[in-house]
Design a binder for this molecule. Structure first.
Ligand code: ZN
Length: 100
């Protein structure tokens, strides 16, 4: 599956990988693509509207779990969701949301 290959890297335990993906995320924050996402002002997780200034860039699959800084893995999240997600892996968080 192509999407899976793009989102996950087999080298995720590598320090260089973490550094590179963090840098890539930083670069993507400057792009029109991200500005457009922010201007929609919607949190990916709770779906509520927020001013773009309070939304943060979030990796659905965290870099520390092998997630990459690609568009399909980056979403705007409000501070509340970002905080509660920190304690859980993205997919578990998603499942919890569906079950609720
Ligand atoms: Zn939210």
């Amino acid at each position: 599956m192509k999407v899976k290959e793009e989102v996950f890297s087999p080298f995720y335990m590598d320090d260089e990988f973490l550094k590179r993906e963090r840098q890539k995320a930083k670069e993507l924050k400057k792009t029109k693509w991200w500005q457009r996402k922010l201007s929609q002002g919607r949190c990916y997780y709770c779906g509520r509207k927020f001013p773009p200034s309070v939304l943060t860039m979030d990796h659905i699959v965290p870099i520390s779990r092998g997630g990459r800084s690609v568009k399909s893995n980056l979403v705007p999240a409000c501070q509340n969701c970002n905080f509660s997600k920190k304690h859980q892996l993205g997919f578990e968080f998603e499942l919890k949301k569906i079950n609720e």
